[in-house]
Design a protein around this ligand. Sequence first.
Ligand code: GUN
Length: 281
Amino acid sequence: MKLLDGKKVAGALDEKMTLRVEDLKKKGITPSIAVILVGDSGASSVYVRNKRRRAEKLGMDFQLIHYKDDVSENELLAKIDELNNDKTVDGFIVQLPLPKSINEERVIQAIDSKKDVDGFAPDNVGNLWIGEPHTKPATAAGILMMLDYYDVDLDGKNVVIIGRSNIVGKPVAAMMLARNATVTIAHSHTKNLKELAKTADILVVAIGQAKFVTKDYVKDGAVVVDVGMDRDENDKLCGDVDFADVENTASMMTPVPGGVGPMTITALMDQVLELAEARAN
Ligand code: GUN
């Protein structure tokens, strides 16, 4: 089994991105991303810290706007309006999930789709499905970047995605369909999930349940992409795939941590760079 080493690939791609940042700076432009974080929930704080580290490593501007859990929706919307109109910010994201008191949909829809580097705004989602994306959701884009790096061909392949979220499952489906894969999205109501998953040449798992996928779900020689970030019975970080159980069945698979996570950040920074390059031209 070959490890799909997201940390290594991200490192290799970072070198190219650093050069793009230097080119922009010569033209007087510093690529800039802002992140709105509400509250201090464990996973979100870690994700945001990792995004800051990477942006700073690449030489980009990173601005964190951190609110307490009890921030009002109006205050958030006012900040979004300000960022929409701030010409020095190329793109920004609102880290999800938001507290239940806030209408997530309304917040996402307030982001100017031109600056929506998450690709979550409705017109960006629509453009992605049409095949003419302006911005692409980072996790999905990062998965494709990694498969490309390892020369995993998608054309004509059977892809099964377990999980139908707007953040991962649906955009991965759109992007793989655009690359001529035959795509099935499975979810909690899917019948005979094991049998279906076993038809996959490429299995993408994004359900948020520790070690859910065992070798009974995996065809011999399949490529397995694990988007999970869970805790096992000993509180150790693990994915949605039971790595030890599957590693002798898959031909390639991602570890957790160090697989999809670093690639998500690479894809986000690439997206910000694209917008900054458009600003320069
Ligand atoms: N929470 C988990 N993944 C993501 C992501 O890609 N973007 C945002 N904004 N929040 C997330």
